[in-house]
Design a protein around this ligand. Structure first.
Ligand SMILES: *Cc1c(COP(=O)(O)O)cnc(C)c1O
Ligand SMILES: [Zn+2]
Length: 501
């Protein structure tokens, strides 16, 4: 809709202009730093930041109802800068002018209800939110849109030369970083560090296709992360891992969208989010807290972090009674939820702080972590996709988490759940292939269930002299023989009955 056609009473608030006073707030010593340079960790104590808006109270000048109205009207606006995660500009990164917002189609991903069959199987009503339908096919684009918009803003303000960004990745961060850098050519260049053999071929092809410098290292993600941290500490590079607090801001849009998608009535929902480096769960909690504080939502929903038994440091932490909790990194074992295969999550201090705040606001336990085994992750992904979803292995993990929460009585049948499918199925299709060929190595602890296996059948009609091949024209008789014989074989396999004439 054209700006002039909006009702006059909404026009003054429709287009946001830069506002607020953002600072890096250190979760270790509480120090605050201005955002006029890119910092990742506290120069004083080395701990991670959350970005805070010191002028946040100004947002209370509008009622929750007014904010809801603004966001809902904005959806009708044909302005690229507000079409993605920056629709929630005032709550996301309000200092960034719209002219610096990078929009590649991220956000506003579909929420798809489970069909009747799958709903019955799972035991309660649920929806997948398909974050695989982001431009680089994972939720990481949300954070990358915010982080690269900030870099663009910074580069313009300070007249900086081209910035080199670096990140370590379980596959999807590098795909997103490389994509946004490719778009911002002249402003941003990307180098990515991947654990050799621990990202899927599809994920490897993404940064290569976007023209990033790709480095493969021995070890797992946690090892790559250490190298990237060393680079960021000692060289002039911009780090794009979720240690970068701008990423957390962009990813809050996931929570904002759930709010908007359910008409801001979210209190009775249960959100299931896979946890790897814990950036996503940080953002979900932080986003919900913001919307609750300003009366935009009706209350805080239950939030469930989900981890595999093969990479479960956050589960282990919260499984202890509060007085006994001590965080310990774990050594990860192979996991099909490979994008979450992280033993020492960088955002753990953020989780600790936000969970405490979340439960204080909610006044009761509303945050839980469940763990699920590899078998249930794979089986859940396959079942979901057999019922019309496009869930990745981490999406399978979310669904397995819902089933686990039901089994443990943490939620009851009738409670409505939202499952985060964090990436597109196709990025992780090799795990499906491995399952269908029943050749998982023993350390995965996955046995293929025959009823879930699906394999192609090659139809090679017997007794024919000539078969079709590319570039060769069969003579009509041979071709007819081939068509009839192939159709007959397929009809036999499918048990088709001939038409009656
Ligand atoms: C990064 C990623 C995760 C884990 O998210 P964190 O923010 O690291 O906890 C889960 N699923 C997919 C597909 C990812 O790319
Ligand atoms: Zn500090």
């Amino acid at each position: 809709m054209k700006f002039e056609d909006f009702p006059s009473e909404i026009k003054p608030d429709l287009l946001p202009s830069p506002s607020g006073h953002l600072v890096y707030h250190c979760l270790g010593c509480g120090c605050e730093y201005e955002i006029d340079s890119l910092l990742y960790t506290c120069p004083d104590c080395g701990k991670v930041f959350l970005i805070q808006d010191l002028e946040q109270d100004r947002l209370a000048k509008r009622t929750g109802a007014r904010w809801r109205q603004i966001f809902d009207y904005r959806k009708m606006l044909n302005l690229p800068a507000l079409k993605g995660v920056f629709l929630f500009h005032e709550f996301l990164a309000p200092v960034i002018p719209l002219e610096d917002v990078v929009y590649l189609g991220e956000g506003h991903t579909p929420v798809v209800a489970g069909n009747q069959e799958l709903t019955e199987m799972v035991g309660t009503e649920f929806y997948f939110k398909n974050d695989g339908l982001n431009p680089s096919a994972s939720f990481k684009d949300r954070g990358m849109a915010a982080a690269t918009s900030y870099l663009k803003f910074l580069a313009r303000e300070k007249g900086l030369p081209e910035i080199l960004s670096v990140c370590a990745s379980t596959g999807d961060t590098s795909a997103a970083a490389a994509l946004y850098a490719a778009y911002l050519s002249g402003i941003l260049k990307s180098a990515v560090l991947l654990p050799h053999g621990k990202v899927t071929p599809q994920q490897l092809s993404q940064p290569l296709g976007s023209g990033a410098r790709v480095f493969e290292l021995p070890g797992v993600f946690d090892d790559c992360m250490k190298v990237v941290e060393h680079l960021a500490d000692n060289y002039d590079v911009a780090l794009l891992n979720s240690k970068n607090a701008w990423r957390v801001l962009g990813q809050e849009s996931y929570a904002f969208e759930i709010a908007q998608g359910f008409d801001y009535e979210v209190k009775a929902l249960s959100l299931f989010v896979p946890i790897g480096n814990a950036g996503n769960i940080t953002s979900v909690l932080s986003g919900l807290l913001k919307f609750e504080r300003f009366g935009i939502i009706d209350g805080l929903p239950r939030v469930f972090g989900v981890q595999s038994t093969h990479a479960n440091p956050v589960f282990r932490y919260y499984a202890e009674p509060p007085e006994k909790r001590r965080f310990e990194a774990v050594v990860v074992r192979p996991s099909v939820a490979q994008a979450a295969m992280i033993g020492n999550p960088v955002s753990m201090p953020r989780v600790l702080k936000l969970v405490q705040e979340y439960e204080e606001r909610a006044g009761e336990p509303r945050f839980f972590v469940v763990q699920v085994d590899e078998q249930s992750i794979m089986d859940s992904m396959l079942l979901a996709n057999r019922n019309g979803h496009v869930a990745c292995t981490q999406g399978g993990e979310s669904m397995a988490g819902l089933r686990q929460a039901l089994t443990q009585g943490l939620i009851k049948p009738g409670d409505k759940a939202i499952l985060d499918s964090t990436a597109h199925f196709l990025k992780f299709s090799e795990f499906q292939t491995t399952y269908f060929e029943n050749r998982f190595s023993p350390d995965f602890e996955i046995t293929s269930q025959p009823e879930l296996i699906n394999r192609p059948s090659y139809v090679a009609p017997e007794g024919l002299d000539r078969l079709p091949e590319p570039g060769v024209k069969l003579d009509p008789e041979d071709f007819k023989a081939f068509v009839q014989s192939a159709a007959k074989e397929i009809a036999r396999v499918l048990g088709l009955k001939p038409k009656k004439n």
